[in-house]
Design a protein around this ligand. Structure first.
Ligand SMILES: [Zn+2]
Length: 486
């Protein structure tokens, strides 16, 4: 397929040919639960509306969300999520649903809406996305990153992949439930979070700390980063495989602070803080973290090995990893713990030996490895270098089995019967970490059937982020199917 540069045009709406006018859908009753609205249980009238399907409006919603700049710089200087949250509220209101908009700080807005399921006696489900995006430097892009242009069958823009695509699939499906008076299988809490891209302090962690009642009875959650397809070579040709995310590495952002003796730059000094820090960095960089395969990684590699006919053994893994294309970065990061030096700071004048020197280290650990990683880093840092924890978050791991996993697999396979579904661990983190604090098992399931030659995974936080509209429509169908059957 490929993505040549064609004429750009502004995305204006769903394909006219797929738009079907149908009769009114009567007077569906839709019930909001678990909140203090006076008007819960109210009757929603949608007789005047045609029954637009999620598939038909998902691209419009995705494009409209991209046009709302919600860049998160991580220091509070961005525009915040308020405008995007208000947009979500309007989209809910238009179908007679009342969302709840919560602000952790002015402008830092999260929207929650809870729908009653067909069987409220079953445990609840959370379905969540985040409204913020990482910043984009327009100079690097082929298009305006906030214009949501449609080119070559894709919607281009910041958030097209991470994760206004999934936000749109979720919102389109909520609207469909409301319009048709139908219900998801289980009581479902839908959340559009603020601040995921800076660790969720003003979003998911804040909501879990201050308004945990929204998750009462919820045992499982779905969100990013999984459910997308990769196409791997096989002896017979090619095989499409969906990567379902079942685990996430944990995060330890550390600061190394070396102490030494300040002095004149002309005088010998064997207690130089910069030299001590450099030695510590050298030891950390040279350290070979042992490989360890957690269950999801082992199963992914073994199944891929069977499909491709390539080795999945420790000493001959490279050809197998290469079959994953751009997604191999995510997988490579999950074979062991990692520690990357990301910032350095010391000194203020050419002839002054400073007393301290600091470095930032971004460490990511596998489930169960946090204590071992911290002990290793402390040992490698040495006696003159302190290790401070700046930010930490847990690793999570959920089973690749059970009813929910089966529902996700079946929803994908009903739309794409020839495909296989594989588990994988994400090297980064998502808001599922925050929900994990409430005992909720989180999965990455933002279903997208992607063209074989679209290098999708590197577009997370990358330039020229774009999502095929056909993939969005596929995702909207699969997500709806899943919500009704899970
Ligand atoms: Zn994301």
């Amino acid at each position: 397929m490929g993505f040549p540069c064609g004429e750009a045009k502004r995305y204006t709406g769903p394909d006219q040919k797929t738009k079907r006018a149908t009769a009114g859908v009567g007077r569906p009753r839709h019930t909001l639960i678990g909140m203090s609205h006076d008007d819960a249980d109210r009757t929603v009238t949608t007789t005047a509306q045609t029954a637009v399907t999620p598939e038909e409006e998902v691209a419009r919603i995705c494009a409209e969300l991209i046009r709302i700049d919600s860049s998160n710089y991580g220091d509070g200087s961005g525009p915040g999520e308020r405008k995007a949250a208000e947009y979500v509220m309007e989209q809910l209101d238009a179908v007679g649903l009342e969302g709840t908009l919560l602000e952790s700080e002015p402008g830092r807005a999260t929207v929650v809406v809870r729908l009653e399921g067909e069987d409220s006696s079953r445990p609840g489900l959370a379905v969540h996305g985040h409204l913020d995006v990482v910043p984009a430097d327009a100079a690097d892009w082929q298009v305006d990153p906030f214009a949501a242009e449609e080119r070559d069958g894709c919607i281009w823009g910041r958030g097209a992949v991470d994760m206004k695509d999934m936000d749109a699939m979720i919102l389109a499906n909520i609207r469909h439930f409301a319009r048709t008076g139908t219900k998801p299988a289980r009581d479902t809490t839908f959340v559009f979070f603020a601040d995921e891209e800076a660790g969720g302090t003003y979003g998911s962690h804040w909501l879990v700390d201050h308004h945990p009642h929204w998750f009462e009875g919820v045992t499982e959650a779905i969100s990013e980063v999984g459910g997308y397809s990769v196409t791997v070579p096989t002896p017979e040709g090619q095989q499409r495989a969906y990567l379902l995310q079942t685990a996430e590495k944990g995060i330890a952002w550390l600061r190394l602070r070396a102490h030494g003796r300040a002095g004149h730059g002309s005088v010998p000094n064997d207690e130089n803080a910069i030299v001590r820090l450099a030695a510590a960095i050298g030891r950390i960089a040279a350290h070979e973290w042992p490989r360890e395969y957690i269950a999801s990684v082992r199963e992914l590699l073994d199944t891929l090995g069977t499909l491709t006919g390539l080795s999945s053994t420790d000493d001959d893994l490279e050809p197998l990893l290469a079959t994953l294309g751009g997604a191999q970065g995510f997988v490579r990061g999950t074979l062991r713990d990692t520690a990357n030096i990301t910032m350095l700071e010391s000194g203020y004048k050419h002839n002054v030996i400073p007393q301290t020197a600091t470095a930032a280290v971004d460490c990511r650990f596998l489930p169960g490895h946090e204590d071992a990683l911290m002990a290793t880093i402390r040992e490698l840092a040495g006696e003159h270098v302190e290790v401070e924890v700046v930010h930490r978050d847990v690793a999570i791991e959920a089973p690749f089995s059970g009813d929910l996993v089966e529902s996700m697999k079946q929803a994908l396979l009903r739309e794409d019967p020839e495909a296989v579904v594989l588990p994988y661990c994400l090297s980064g983190g998502t808001d599922n970490k925050a929900l994990g604090r409430l005992g909720i098992s989180g999965y990455g399931f933002a279903p997208l059937r992607l063209p074989a030659d679209l290098d999708f995974a590197p577009m997370f936080h990358g330039i020229d982020e774009r999502v095929p509209t056909a993939s969005l429509r596929f995702g909207a169908r699969v997500l709806g199917d899943f919500l009704r059957s899970c």
